[in-house]
Design a protein around this ligand. Structure first.
Ligand code: ES4
Ligand code: ZN
Length: 328
C-alpha cells in the first residue's frame, strides 16, 4: 500500500542493529551445514527464530548463541555483513549503519578474523549499493569485567578506522552497568565513543552510563521517562536513545510489556532525541521499514514525524561533521 511505499522510501540511519541478530535463518542453516554443526533440537530455518518463545532474554540469547556459533571464518563474516547491509539495509533505503559486533558471541574466533571479514562485506556492500557503515564493538555483560577490559585492549591493539566505539549488551539482569567502568575508561582514553544497552534497567542506570561509563548515547533507555529529573537532563544534553519498537515489544524483557510504542511516544513528547531501528531484524520478524511502519500505525505518525526521527539519527551518529552533512 501507499504507507508501505512511503515508509520504505524514507531515508534511514541505523544505529541499533546487531550483526549476529541480522543473520537470516536460511544463512544460519547454510553455515551450520558448511561447518558440520548440528543445530540443537534439529531446528530448521522455518522454526529457528521462534518469536513466541522469547519470553525472557535468556531464551532469546540462546538463539543468538546458535547463530553466532556458526559464523566462523572470514567468508562467513563477509557474507553476514553483506546480506545485512544490502537486503537488510540498502533495500530499505538505509543510507548508513553503525553495526554492533559481539566478538564473545563467536567462541574461538580471533578478533582479527571478525574484523577483516566484516570490513570486506562492508566494502562490497558500499560498492554495490552505496550504503555506508561503521562498527561498534559490544562488550558482553554476561562475561567478567576483566574479559570486557581485555576486549577493549584487543580493539585498541587492532585499531581500525571503522571501529568508532564500544557498546555493552547481553543480559542486563546480571547486574548494574558500573562493573564495567575500567573497560569503559580505557576505551575513553583511547578516544573510542561509548554507548550501552539499558532496556529494562531503572533510570539511575542511565545516569551511571553518562557519568561513570562516559556514554554519549543510550541503547533503548525506555525507563528514562520514569524519572523527570533524569529526563530533563537528557533533553538538555541531547542524549540520543536508540529505540527498537518491534524487538522490544516482542521481547517481554524490556519491562515495557507490549507498551513500547507508548514509551517511545512519551520519550518523543518529552523532547528526548529518539532514533528508530530493528535490533535483530530477522530474529524478531522485522526490518527497517517495518519498525517505522509499526510506529506510524501505533502512534499515528506521518511522514513529518518519521523524518524527524531520521534527522535525530543523523545527528546521533558518531560520524564527523562532514560525513554527517552528507546524510542530511
Ligand atoms: C542483545 Cl540485550 C540484547 N537484546 C537484543 N539483542 C542483543 N544482542 C546482543 N545483546
Ligand atoms: Zn540491542
Amino acid at each position: 500500500d501507499r504507507t508501505e511505499r512511503v515508509v520504505a522510501g524514507l531515508p534511514k540511519v541505523s544505529l541499533h542493529c546487531h550483526l549476529i541478530g541480522s543473520v537470516e535463518a536460511t544463512t544460519v542453516v547454510d553455515l551450520a551445514r558448511k561447518h558440520g554443526v548440528v543445530i540443537e533440537g534439529g531446528r530448521t530455518a522455518e522454526d529457528l527464530f521462534d518469536h513466541d518463545s522469547y519470553e525472557d532474554l535468556d531464551e532469546f540469547l540462546r538463539v543468538l548463541d546458535v547463530a553466532g556459533s556458526v559464523i566462523r571464518d572470514a567468508d562467513d563474516f563477509h557474507r553476514v555483513a553483506y546480506e545485512s547491509l544490502t537486503a537488510g539495509g540498502a533495500a530499505h533505503n538505509v543510507l548508513y549503519r553503525e553495526i554492533f559486533l559481539s566478538p564473545p558471541g563467536h567462541p574461538g574466533v580471533p578478533y582479527r578474523t571478525i574484523l577483516d571479514g566484516v570490513r570486506a562485506g562492508m566494502r562490497d556492500a558500499e560498492a554495490d549499493t552505496g550504503i555506508r557503515s561503521n562498527l561498534i564493538v559490544g562488550l558482553n555483560r554476561n562475561g567478567s569485567a576483566q574479559a570486557a577490559y581485555e576486549l577493549v585492549e584487543t580493539v585498541i591493539e587492532n585499531r581500525a578506522d571503522e571501529v568508532l566505539g564500544i557498546g555493552l549488551d547481553y543480559s542486563e539482569a546480571i547486574g548494574p552497568p558500573e562493573r564495567f567502568w575500567k573497560a569503559f575508561r580505557r576505551a575513553g582514553e583511547a578516544g573510542l565513543n561509548r554507548t550501552a544497552h539499558s532496556e529494562s534497567g531503572p533510570p539511575h542506570h542511565i545516569e551511571t552510563l553518562l557519568d561513570l561509563l562516559g556514554c554519549t548515547r543510550v541503547d533503548h533507555g525506555y525507563h528514562v521517562v520514569d524519572d523527570p529529573a533524569i529526563t530533563r537532563r537528557c533533553v538538555e544534553e541531547r542524549i540520543p536513545f536508540t529505540c527498537t519498537p518491534v524487538s522490544s515489544d516482542i521481547g517481554r524483557y524490556s519491562g515495557s510489556g507490549d507498551g513500547t510504542h507508548l514509551r517511545i511516544k512519551q520519550m518523543v513528547d518529552a523532547g528526548l532525541m529518539v532514533t528508530i531501528d530493528s535490533d535483530d531484524p530477522p530474529m524478531f520478524g522485522t526490518d527497517p521499514t517495518n519498525d517505522f511502519r509499526a510506529l506510524a500505525n501505533a502512534l499515528g505518525y506521518g511522514l513529518d514525524e518519521l523524518s524527524a526521527l531520521t534527522a535525530n539519527a543523523v545527528e546521533a551518529t558518531w560520524l564527523d561533521e562532514t560525513d554527517r552533512a552528507a546524510l542530511r
